[in-house]
Unconditional design. Structure first.
Length: 167
């Protein structure tokens, strides 16, 4: 119970950080869209079919497994996705930006943000499927889950460019 309280408190702290941040990077913009009702709904819809097919489940079991995996992914992803973006900024970003004379909001960083968000969400969900609900998650399953998550993240990602985030 204590761990749950700490996780909830940390999550609430990090959820509010993008709203208060004076410095932004692409992962923060993407996160604002990943946590919209329509992106969550569409993501669950897409992933439900992959999970049902991949693990050969009934509709109710696939829905429950998808929901549980995505709740865990959202709770941890709210911290890990922006964190992965900031790691990008300070490790490869500091090497790439001067080399190509570009700043934070460039095509390479946007592509890295997309890839990192897909890997973070897929990794978290794969851990839930493997250890939480005891599904066999090997390379094949991880690959298909990555495709499902890429489709989900792509919707939120595209929306950033179709209707830019207003801060």
């Amino acid at each position: 119970m204590k761990l749950l309280s700490v996780l909830l408190g940390a999550t609430l702290l990090f959820v509010s950080l993008p709203a208060l941040a004076d410095v932004v990077w692409p992962a923060l913009y993407l996160e604002t869209r990943l946590f919209t009702w329509w992106a969550i709904g569409l993501g669950l819809f897409i992933e439900f079919f992959f999970v049902r097919w991949l693990f050969v489940l009934s509709a109710s079991k696939a829905a429950l497994a998808t929901l549980v995996a995505n709740v865990v992914s959202a709770l941890l992803g709210v911290v890990l996705i922006p964190l992965s973006g900031i790691v990008w900024e300070f490790v490869p970003g500091l090497l790439i930006y001067p080399l190509f004379h570009m700043g934070t909001f460039n095509p390479i960083t946007w592509a890295a943000t997309f890839i990192l968000a897909c890997l973070v969400t897929t990794g978290l969900e794969a851990l839930v499927y493997k250890y939480g609900v005891k599904f066999a998650v090997r390379r094949r399953e991880f690959g298909w889950l990555l495709i499902a998550n890429a489709l989900s993240v792509a919707v939120a990602f595209a929306s950033v460019f179709i209707a830019p985030v207003r801060m």
